[in-house]
Structure formats: structure tokens, C-alpha cells
Design a protein around this ligand. Structure first.
Ligand code: FES
Length: 153
């Protein structure tokens, strides 16, 4: 196997990780850096459970090769917290009890975070549109939308 060192900036920390260049970013985050916010759902870029921010843009880390994101700013769910406290988006999801099983929530939170970073007063319709490819099998979309709308105002 052709491994080589990769420089990754994750949640404001720099890590040198020795892996094959086509290793999915998700595997490095979870297995090497023990950041378990991003989840493995489909592994095909379709469900959104693995979403992280790359330079502020939502990205599905299960289909992003680690070599593509060297020296970019990667933020995971863990990196949103400020001084150990949930940020506004995370707190809104808690306040609205948006989780049932919770597996999809990483993707929901990170996708809403990315949207609100570029468009802080997004409308309900814009939020709904942004979340249309994030899957929740429990069906808690109502609470998820309530949380997102709450923080967008
Ligand atoms: Fe990455 Fe489903 S696990 S999109």
C-alpha cells in the first residue's frame, strides 16, 4: 500500500496522518482522530450522516479522499462547540428535542450550520431546500425544521 503523510487541519488543530491518499476523510476523522460526530451511514455520499465543513462548505466526508482536503479548514460537529458549550445551532436542536435515534443529526446540524454561515437569515423554504438530501429514517423532520428555523431568526 502506498501510504504517505497528509497534513490535516481539523477543528483548529494540525495533524499529520499517514494513510493512502484515497482514504475517505470520514475514516481518518473517526478512526485516527477519534472524532465520532460524523457518522457512517451509506458510505456513498447519499445520506448526509458524515457531513463536515471544508472551508465552511458542507461536504460528505465518506466520499472525500483525504488527499483532496490537505491544508483546508475542516470542521466537525465537535469543532462547533465553543468553550465546551453547544453553539447556537446545536443548542436549537437540543431545545427542540430534534433527535429520535440521533444518527442523522450530525449531518442535519452541519448542513444547517453551513447554510447559516453564508446566509444567517435563511427562510424556512431555503432551509428545507438545503436539507432535502439529508435523510432521517425516524422521521423527525418536523422538529429538525423547528430547530433550524429557530436559529435562523
Ligand atoms: Fe456519507 Fe451517507 S455516510 S453520505
Amino acid at each position: 500500500p502506498c501510504t504517505r503523510p497528509h497534513t490535516l487541519r481539523v477543528n483548529q488543530e494540525t495533524h499529520i496522518i499517514e494513510v493512502e491518499p484515497d482514504t475517505p476523510l470520514l475514516y481518518v476523522l473517526r478512526n485516527d482522530l477519534e472524532l465520532n460526530g460524523p457518522k457512517f451511514g451509506c458510505g456513498l455520499g447519499e445520506c448526509g450522516a458524515c457531513t463536515v465543513l471544508v472551508d465552511g462548505v458542507a461536504a460528505r466526508s465518506c466520499v472525500v479522499p483525504v488527499s483532496l482536503v490537505e491544508n483546508r479548514q475542516i470542521t466537525t460537529l465537535e469543532g462547533l462547540a465553543q468553550d465546551g458549550q453547544p453553539n447556537d445551532v446545536q443548542q436549537a436542536f437540543i431545545d427542540c428535542q430534534a433527535a429520535q435515534c440521533g444518527y442523522c443529526l450530525n449531518g442535519m446540524v452541519m448542513t444547517v450550520q453551513a447554510l447559516l454561515e453564508r446566509h444567517p437569515q435563511a427562510t424556512e423554504e431555503e432551509i428545507r431546500d438545503e436539507l432535502r438530501y439529508n435523510l432521517c429514517r425516524c422521521g423527525t423532520h418536523v422538529e429538525i425544521m423547528q430547530a433550524a428555523v429557530l436559529v435562523a431568526k
